[in-house]
Design a protein around this ligand. Structure first.
Ligand code: PMP
Ligand code: GLU
Length: 404
């Protein structure tokens, strides 16, 4: 029988206000084209192409054999949180005790917990832009207002202290950024963060989410955590996880270190949504947290080589502007010189048109910069083999050359 109520087939108002994750959407489209038999190259999803190191897989196997398969505590096993606490101390100079750590289902849930726990209607959340796609949407889910502070390619995609100061008002509750940054690869130095910390500390009730998921994929050799500066630990939620540096995207484990009251709030939130993160992944994460970061240096070296390769190839394409990223595994070139150009009946208005055009014309998937707050750019992930990257960049060049 036909459902005649107006509620039939209708999603919530909240859902209709948020957009599908552009990274995941592009990955889905390239997967669908590949299933239809097309030779698609996908540089859309930010995911290392390495396998999880054996010592981590061994820890997971041991967890299964030891029947660590029951409900864990909501905030995570104590010994895993202790290992993460030591890792924060060792790598970042961050003093978070085990009680201040919450382990979640990916860094994405860690971020969502923190934003949902802190933000309410009327709160503004500052996001140096370009920013990672999900920040703005999670803020909207929480009822807050994302406020972008635009940084341009000419400034290595970094916001200035003046821009930050100008953007803060009495409604500002939170600042979220990633460093190394997805999508630009930019890395804020300790000196730059000290200036930001001075500004932030002047405003009571202003908090920071420092997303450090790309911490180890940093070619500058210098990492800096804002939570390690002055009294910033009292205001900083440091997000990290194992997805990127340890090639563990599918294990779905991320975590935060935070002031205790925020960690408790995140635990309460998580307890009603997913409970504790999966036990086997937690034990694998313990092995990763305890390992010497040198264990994954070989991957970082490969990423650096690829970065240099792609940078050289991008420089050969006319009218593209890009920075030399110091970390993560993305390029975020400004391709606005191609807007307004045509290929037959197809007119390229913006980066979204351009990324769809590249996918259809040359079967190469990148992500529109619009989703990251800058519609002049596209995001290219170089987490792929050199051979794949050379072919992908040939295709990108060919697609752009066909526009006039
Ligand atoms: N933060 C940033 C900046 C990311 O790029 C990602 C995507 N990997 C996440 C958080 C989410 O990570 P996870 O896969 O662990 O949920
Ligand atoms: N964070 C990765 C990216 O930016 C994975 C996809 C996602 O979680 O959105 O591509």
């Amino acid at each position: 029988m036909e459902n005649t109520t107006t509620k039939a087939g209708k999603v919530s108002k909240l859902l209709s206000q948020i957009t599908e994750s552009a990274t995941l959407a592009m990955a889905r489209m390239s997967r669908e084209l590949a299933q239809q038999g097309h030779q698609v190259i996908s540089l859309s999803l930010g995911e290392p192409d390495f396998n999880t190191p054996d010592f981590i897989k061994d820890a997971a196997k041991a967890a299964i054999d030891n029947n660590i398969t029951h409900y864990p505590p909501v905030n995570g096993f104590l010994d895993v949180r202790q290992a993460i606490s030591k890792k924060f101390e060792r790598d970042n100079g961050l003093h978070y005790s085990a009680e201040q750590i919450v382990i979640s289902t990916g860094a994405k849930q860690a971020l969502a917990n923190a934003i949902l726990a802190l933000i309410e209607e009327g709160d503004e959340v500052l996001m140096p832009s370009p920013f990672w796609v999900s920040y703005s949407e999670i803020v909207k889910i929480a009822g807050g207002t994302p406020v972008e502070i635009l940084a341009k390619v000419e400034n290595d995609f970094k916001v200035t202290p003046h821009q930050l100061e100008e953007a803060i008002n009495e409604r500002t509750k939170l600042i979220i950024y990633s460093s190394p940054c997805n999508p630009t690869g930019s890395v804020y130095s300790r000196e730059e963060l000290e200036v930001f910390a001075n500004i932030i500390q002047k405003h009571e009730g202003l908090y920071v989410i420092s997303d450090e998921i790309y911490e180890h994929i940093n070619f500058s050799g210098k990492t800096a955590s804002i939570g390690a500066i002055g009294n910033m630990i009292e205001r900083t939620i440091t997000v990290n996880g194992v997805s990127k540096a340890f090639a563990m995207t599918g294990w779905r484990i991320g975590y935060i270190g935070a002031p205790k009251w925020i960690a408790d709030a995140c635990t309460k939130m998580q307890g009603q949504i997913t409970s504790g993160a999966n036990t086997i992944g937690q034990m694998a994460t313990k092995a990763a947290a305890e390992a010497d970061p040198k264990e994954v240096q070989f991957m970082i070296d490969v990423f650096k080589k690829r970065r240099d390769l792609v940078y050289g190839l991008l420089k050969e394409i006319p009218n593209i502007k890009c920075n030399l990223p110091e970390g993560a595994f993305y390029f975020f070139p400004d391709v606005s010189a191609y807007f307004g150009k045509k290929d037959g009946d197809i007119v390229i208005k913006d980066a979204t048109d351009l990324s769809m055009y590249m996918l259809r014309k040359e079967l190469v998937a990148v992500v529109t910069g619009e989703a990251f707050g800058d519609s002049n750019c596209i995001r290219i992930s170089y987490a792929a083999s050199e051979e794949t990257l050379i072919e992908a960049l040939r295709r990108i060049k060919a697609a752009l050359a066909a526009l006039n």
